[in-house]
Design a protein around this ligand. Structure first.
Ligand code: NI
Length: 267
């Protein structure tokens, strides 16, 4: 599979559960903008067969190379960023939950799901939009997980898919700064993640980010119980040059820490 096909299929799955992203994308394109992705993010559990180690080869096969590791102690997450040699391709931010750091109850719920994992060992790129690779969790178990870790509940219910796409604000011409993007979104009625302020980061940190609050859609849990559940959000990033002139390509952990809340604010 070539990389354009990879992102085309990933986007199709993403907007099917994140209709606001399609509407915002159209808001830009109908005003003549070309929307370029800064990065795409994935979430998973650190269990064999579904962890970063198991899924990463498909990304490396597409030409991605590891850039930097990140740790989020409070949220019990580890992550890697990846960069493609073709600078027009989005970076990838791939995180996994350190499940051993959760309560024994949460660990038991997650293990019940991952013991039923249905994913071949040579997981290819199409697993990145495959959705949930285990049977639907029970609603009570989802709620128990969510009380402890919004991230755990999200992965349990939604599985593998893009958690968010991110518009590169550097590539926009009419709304070329974050304040203009935030203003445009608010004028059109979109709800922003205000955790730590609408704009996270600063030019001094070389990266500013903002995000909507995740959409919600009905998810069918075990025993055919249907509940409106947070899905995915859309993010916006503006990068600033390093002293050498090249745009900073890393991530700022303090920003990401706040952006993770874009799914747990969706109530
Ligand atoms: Ni992001």
């Amino acid at each position: 599979m070539d990389i354009d096909e990879f992102f085309r299929r990933l986007w199709q799955d993403y907007v099917a559960v994140t209709p606001q992203a399609q509407r915002i994308h159209e808001l830009f394109t109908t005003s003549g903008e070309r929307v370029v992705n800064d990065h795409v993010a994935f979430r998973t559990f650190d269990h064999p067969g579904i962890d970063i180690h198991a899924l990463e080869p498909a990304l490396l096969e597409l030409g991605y190379r590891r850039l930097e590791p990140y740790t989020f102690t409070e949220k019990k997450l580890r992550a890697w960023s990846y960069r493609h040699p073709d600078a027009d391709q989005p970076k990838i931010f791939f995180s996994e939950l350190d499940t051993a750091a959760l309560s024994s109850t949460a660990q038991r719920i997650i293990s019940t799901l991952t013991r039923q994992l249905d994913l071949p060992h040579d997981a290819g790129p199409d697993h990145f939009w495959g959705g949930r690779p285990w049977p639907a969790p029970r609603w009570e178990d989802y709620a128990t997980l969510r009380a402890e870790s919004d991230y755990a509940a999200w992965v349990a219910a939604l599985g593998l898919r893009a958690n968010h796409f991110t518009v590169s604000v550097n590539h926009l011409r009419r709304t070329a700064d974050m304040a203009a993007v935030v203003g445009l979104l608010k004028r059109h009625g979109f709800t922003l993640n205000r955790q730590g302020g609408e704009i996270k980061g600063s030019p001094a940190q070389r990266l500013e980010q903002a995000a909507t609050v995740a959409d919600r859609m009905p998810v069918t849990f075990a025993d055919n119980e249907v509940h409106a559940t947070p899905t995915c959000y859309y993010e916006f990033a503006r990068r600033y040059p390093l002293p050498g002139g090249e745009l900073y390509q890393g991530f700022v952990a303090a920003n990401a820490d706040k952006l993770f809340h874009s799914t747990d604010l969706a109530d």
